[in-house]
Design a protein around this ligand. Structure first.
Ligand code: ATP
Ligand code: ZN
Length: 793
């Protein structure tokens, strides 16, 4: 043990007996002293804004970032330690949305780390240092610590890290606290690049129990230190091979460790946060109570975190604006302004008072924040002024919209218009509405947003010079890979390669963050618009981080190639390996609606309505069905009667349940299927083969050729509601149907109308009638409610 740590040890022995309290600056010091005593060079934190030439990151997000060149090119053996400022809010990084909700994630945090470059120390030494620092130097109770190690992935030829397990045993950790994990314990810098197994140290915040089953599961056991053994590299084809040298990269959350040594159960209860939260409480004239369950406390945490992160980012040179990291800084600031005012009652322009408080909590380590805090406050006030200017201008528009109708619900379309034409965020509209005792139809808002998105996509036409021969290895078969397990659908996040990138309708090597463009993947999991079914949306991920937002998927080159259209969130390029994450809620809603479309087609035929399907458009839990009326000449009442019967028939079919069967067969065989309803030609899946989909149980069921994605059991559709049936001219009619959640929502709305009517004097009913939003009432109920409204007694 070196001299530094000896001194510290003595101090700590003394301090423990004196009930000593480790302030954040003492903790920093102890870390540096300890690693100095282990012959590490101590380096300063680099900026949270990465070098301009590192186009892969919006913010520094790990201690490792500044050492990338050392790993990739240097052969010099070095031991290094530092405490690095990190922000994990880049692109659409998950931590931005976690903040506030739990007690151990921030957007800005500091990462304590030490490194071995080119075999400067061994795996065993790395583990021993970590253990010694936590247990011997800081005096953390070893009975509260658990370690995890890499359990191996046979399929990829990656063996279990037994060496690591044995090291922990030799250190004295008992076997039942050394736990194997797979996904959590294999670290990769990116889709390609250095990688390797890791070992993590977890701390049980409660203690006095066996918490081994809670590791990586329950938030009461937090990961504090991650030690990565970087000895391999993954190439762009996904192959893993040995680097030829060993590096070790370790990272520990400073605020998490601080909460442990200060014996707090939350990062937000440590002395880097309490002054900020106290000041926020003062501004809000409300108390922060540190509770995990209180929404108000979650808002307190969010505000404190976002103001702190924005302050640090601005001091490192970020400017709130419309692109890159400036966009994220603006987003964090505006979110804090809005939530601070609407949920905590903080006054306008008071928020910048938090800046000097944040600066004071970091004055010793980052004096530059303190020195520039006046300038940072000014940026805060300017940004806030600009924000309220937009909001206030839009508020006038809101007032006139609100005056147009007396309905307690403000239409989502109107709210969307306010957003689109006046930049009024939905959250503000909701807040303004609440102030006058009204609500906003947020579901409709979302629908309008998606519609608008589609229109803008249409404008950017798919005119790509692509032929099927360009991509012999491309396939979209993965769109069918999903299973129903434990009561829900699971979509594997299929890993694949980017075959080609297009920008401005032309081949390109890469996309920068915020660029719009097209991609072709090797094994595409996204459903490209086909057979009336809308396309999937979602994200592409690298290393768990969202790098590309898929707004639309389209089949081109005669259906042979699926292209993804969207926006890069982080820089991406050809040949990278990405994981695919569908918007699963949307996909499930589309699957329910698609299966229900087949069901409607079948039911109409059974009841003799119309003479066949003419087209359909299937969306999330809603679809449009066009059919030809032939020569029939039904009265409105007769038609309504039939449609009510049709809905009943569908609902009964759904309640009976039954598994979906799908076969792929030849065109010739498919033509022989007797009760086939659709035109065989329509939904070919390449070559001569077709997909035949049969729903439900029994002999009399819907059978169609279809390349769409379907639910595994009709019961999952849950409910269907026929909303309208209109003439489209030229012997064509259009039916709109809702399924699943959308159907449930309109049933609830309808129920409330019945309740209203029942409790209203018949003479007064016409008033209620005026407020009914008929578009949200199913056809069957429209008829009944009209009768109720006409009743005089
Ligand atoms: N958002 C965050 N806020 C505070 N500390 C963090 C955050 N993200 C990571 N850390 C800390 O940094 C350490 C190393 O980072 P690493 O990338 O291994 O974390 P992680 O696996 O993303 O953590 P978690 O799964 O808890 O989000 C973690 O062990 C943790 O102590
Ligand atoms: Zn179909």
């Amino acid at each position: 043990m070196g001299i530094g740590s000896k001194i510290l040890e003595n101090n700590i022995q003394k301090s423990i007996s004196l009930g000593f309290y480790h302030s954040h600056s003492e903790l920093r010091k102890s870390f540096y002293e300890f690693f100095k005593s282990k012959n590490h060079e101590i380096l300063r934190s680099s900026s949270v804004i990465p070098d301009e030439n590192d186009g892969t990151l919006l913010f520094t997000n790990a201690g490792m970032n500044q050492f990338k060149p050392l790993i990739l090119s240097s052969t010099e053996s070095r031991r290094v330690a530092n405490i690095q400022k990190c922000i994990r809010a880049g692109g659409k990084h998950n931590d931005l949305d976690d903040v506030g909700k739990d007690l151990h994630h921030q957007t800005f945090f500091e990462m304590m780390g030490n490194w071995s470059f080119n075999d400067a120390f061994s795996k065993e030494e790395a583990c021993r240092y970590a253990w010694e620092y936590l247990v011997e130097i800081l005096g953390i109770n070893a009975d509260r610590l658990y370690v995890s190690y890499f359990g191996g992935i046979e399929k990829l030829g990656l063996p279990e890290d037994r060496e690591c397990r044995e090291i922990w045993k030799r250190i004295g950790v008992s076997s039942n606290r050394i736990l194997p994990f797979v996904a959590e314990n294999f670290w990769e810098m990116g889709a390609a690049g250095p990688c390797g197994p890791c070992t993590e140290i977890h701390y049980d915040r409660i203690g006095g129990r066996d918490a081994s089953r809670l590791v990586n599961i329950d938030d009461s056991v937090v990961e504090i230190w991650n030690i990565v053994f970087m000895s391999s590299v993954r190439d762009s084809c996904g192959q893993i091979r040995h680097l030829g040298k060993n590096h070790i990269d370790t990272g520990m959350g400073f605020e998490r460790l601080l909460s442990v040594v200060q014996n707090k159960t939350s990062n937000f209860d440590t002395d880097v946060f309490t002054p900020i939260l106290e000041k926020t409480s003062e501004l809000a004239k409300k108390q922060y109570t540190g509770s995990l369950d209180s929404r108000q406390d979650a808002t307190f945490r969010l505000v404190a975190d976002h103001i702190r992160a924005a302050t640090v980012a601005i001091s490192d040179g970020a400017v709130p604006d419309g692109t890159g990291c400036g966009f994220i800084v603006r987003k964090m600031m505006r979110r804090a302004f809005l939530q601070g005012i609407s949920k905590l009652g903080i006054e306008r322009y008071a928020m910048s008072e938090l800046v000097p408080v944040v600066a004071s909590t970091m004055k010793e380590v980052y004096p530059e924040i303190h020195d520039t805090s006046t300038h940072i406050r000014k940026i805060f006030n300017d940004e806030e002024a600009q924000f309220w200017k937009t909001v206030d201008k839009a508020k006038k528009m809101f007032d006139s919209v609100a005056a147009e109708s007396k309905s307690p619900i403000i239409s989502g379309r109107k709210a969307f218009n306010l957003f689109e034409t006046h930049g009024l965020p939905l959250a503000v509209t909701v807040e303004l509405a609440r102030n006058i005792g009204r609500e906003v139809d947020e579901t409709e808002f979302e629908r309008c947003r998606l519609e608008a998105q589609k229109v803008s996509q249409k404008a950017s036409q798919f005119k790509l010079p692509i032929s099927a021969d360009d991509f012999p290895s491309h396939s979209d078969k993965e769109k069918y890979s999903y299973v129903f397990r434990n009561g829900k659908y699971e979509f594997p996040q299929v890993k694949t390669r980017i075959l080609q990138v297009y920008k401005d309708q032309q081949k390109a090597e890469s996309l920068e963050a915020n660029d719009r463009g097209f991609l072709v993947l090797e094994e595409c999991q996204f459903y490209g618009e086909q057979g009336g079914q809308t396309s999937d949306t979602g994200h592409l991920l690298i290393d768990g981080r969202e790098v590309f937002e898929v707004e639309n998927a389209k089949k081109i080159a005669g259906g042979a190639v699926t292209v993804l259209f969207g926006r890069a969130l982080l820089p991406i390029r050809r040949d990278l390996r990405v994981e695919q994450k569908l918007d699963e809620t949307r996909r499930e809603g589309v699957m329910r609606a698609h299966s229900a479309t087949h069901l409607l087609n079948w039911a109409l035929q059974k009841l003799g309505v119309g003479s066949g399907q003419k087209g359909s458009s299937v969306d999330c839990d809603r679809f449009r069905f066009d059919y030809s009326t032939g020569d029939e000449d039904l009265s409105k009442e007769q038609r309504t009667e039939l449609l009510i019967k049709c809905e009943m028939k569908m609902r009964e079919f759904i309640q009976n349940g039954g598994f979906t069967e799908i076969i792929e067969t030849s065109l010739e065989e498919a033509k022989k299927i007797e009760n086939l309803q659709s035109d065989v030609k329509e939904d070919r899946i390449g070559g001569a083969s077709v997909r035949v989909v049969a729903l439900g149980s029994g002999a009399d069921v819907p059978v169609e050729c279809c390349s769409g994605t379907h639910i595994h059991d009709v019961r999952v559709i849950d409910d269907v509601a026929i909303m309208s049936d209109k003439s489209m001219g030229q012997r064509l009619r259009r039916i709109i149907v809702l399924t699943g959640k959308e159907a449930a929502a309109c049933r609830n709305y309808t129920k409330s109308i019945y309740e209203d009517l029942r409790s209203t004097d018949p003479k007064e009913r016409s008033k209620t009638g005026k407020n009914i939003d008929w578009k949200r009432v199913p056809i069957a109920d429209q008829a009944r409610i009209s009768i109720l409204l006409k009743q005089k007694k």
